[in-house]
Design a protein around this ligand. Structure first.
Ligand code: NZQ
Ligand code: ZN
Length: 385
């Protein structure tokens, strides 16, 4: 096991009725800005629950944070916050709202151009407003981690930053808030969490048994519960298991002390920036092609994955690896997430642009061995057409 430092300071309040506990978490004299997306929280009662919980507080609102949050939208909140002396941010929604709120929290007192926060990966952040969140879409893990992904529409960039100061202070996870998710977003969440787990698991062995077995537990849970939440959206226990799996998939725990490979995410973000596909759709396109490309360097972990997650123990090593990759792809398809560019009416003509953007963003030595060069990325994109 490699050395690691793990810092997970977010207080989690999980379960039915937890939104009402917001007043125990946010100081009574705070001037609160509640941030949300396109209005799903107004249609499913979450908005009312939050306002009821904050009765007596000075609450302001900022809405319209879109999926793959746009820098152009987020900067509008900065002026409002300064003008109204806001002291606490409350994000209510999915990963996009929480990520957007993290960016805003860091940008309010940032000297200079806020876009520098993104291009420097968050290195120069010195302060951030405190954040609490109410999660309504289990997928990204943003509710307890320190990462944020922001898109700049005018330049076609989608990039991330991270800083310990943007860890939410508190995350409210009530699985009932996810009952109203459309099937596409439910499936996106399962696939995103599954791939977060794989990117910290499918590298090479370092004898990290806790991390491996915890990762396998998350994968097995998502395989079992994913189809159930699609079939029965109001199955509380299944929703709860999916929600907790997604949080744990990117809270830091399974990635501590192990090699990681975020190449699928790097390649996927460029696809969203160019074509506007959902985050999870891009991952489902890239991952199978990437695993086939890197099957030699990932051999030992792929065999472990085949045996412990897909129960594949017969046949040659090569055939077990191929069956495990294929089982993963079929799992995504069965959830309703297509796994090839052509399924989204995209041909190979944009691949040079995707590779050029990866290079522009410095994503030229990806993977656990830093051996996914632009040429390898291009092969992966081409294999996924
Ligand atoms: O905007 P509203 O009206 O709220 O609707 C949203 C949105 O249209 C809807 N939705 C959310 N909760 C709902 C609901 N609809 C009905 N009922 C509910 N309970 O779902 C749509 C998608 O929401 P979004 O927040 O965009 O989805 P997700 O949580 O998948 O977030 C995706 C973003 O997170 C980034 C992605 O790149 C993408 O920008 N990621 C962030 C990470 C992190 N911070 O650690 C890691 C991830 O790998 C990922 O890159
Ligand atoms: Zn993701």
């Amino acid at each position: 096991m490699n050395n690691f430092t793990l810092f997970t300071p977010t207080k989690i309040r999980f379960g039915k009725g937890q939104i009402a506990k917001l007043s125990s978490e946010i100081p009574k004299d705070a001037k609160v800005l509640m941030l949300y997306g396109g209005g799903s929280i107004k249609r499913n009662g979450v908005y009312e629950q939050v306002l009821a919980a904050l009765d007596g507080y000075d609450v302001h609102e900022f809405s319209g944070i879109e999926p793959n949050p746009a820098y152009e939208t987020l900067v509008k909140a900065i002026a409002y916050i300064r003008e109204h002396d806001i002291s606490y941010l409350l994000a209510v929604g999915g990963g996009s709202v929480i990520d957007g709120t993290k960016f805003i929290a860091a940008a309010v007192d940032y000297p200079g151009d806020p876009w520098d926060i993104i291009t420097t990966g968050g290195r120069n952040i010195r302060s951030a407003l405190p954040i609490a969140c109410v999660l309504t879409l289990p997928a990204t893990g943003s509710e307890t981690n320190c990462f944020s992904v922001v898109s700049r529409r005018e330049t076609g960039d989608k990039q991330s930053f991270g800083h310990p100061l943007v860890h939410p202070k508190c995350a409210i996870l009530d699985p009932q808030t996810t009952y109203t998710l459309p099937p596409r977003q439910t499936a996106n969440g399962v696939v995103d969490a599954f791939i977060h787990t794989l990117e910290q698991y499918l590298t090479y062995p370092v004898n990290a048994k806790i991390q491996d077995r915890f990762a396998e537990g998350i994968l097995l849970t998502l395989i079992e519960e994913g189809p159930k939440v699609l079939a029965n959206p109001e199955d509380y226990d299944s929703r709860a298991n999916v929600m907790w799996a997604a949080t744990q998939a990117l809270s830091g725990l399974i990635g501590a002390g192990v090699p990681q490979d975020w190449a699928t995410h790097a390649l996927g973000h460029e696809i969203t920036a160019l074509y506007g596909l959902d985050h999870a759709q891009t991952l489902a396109i890239v991952l199978p092609a990437l695993l086939r490309e890197k099957r030699k360097t990932k051999r030992e972990k792929l065999l472990q994955y085949a045996e412990r997650v897909w129960h594949l123990t017969d046949g040659s090593e090569e055939s077990r690896i191929e069956c495990a990759i294929e089982a993963t792809r079929v799992f995504f398809e069965e959830l309703g997430i297509k796994t090839r560019f052509s399924d989204y009416q995209i041909d190979d003509s944009g691949i040079p642009k995707l590779v050029a953007k990866l290079t522009e963003h410095g994503q030229t030595a990806l993977g656990e061995h830093q051996d996914i060069t632009p040429e390898v990325s291009e092969r992966i994109y081409r294999a996924a057409v």
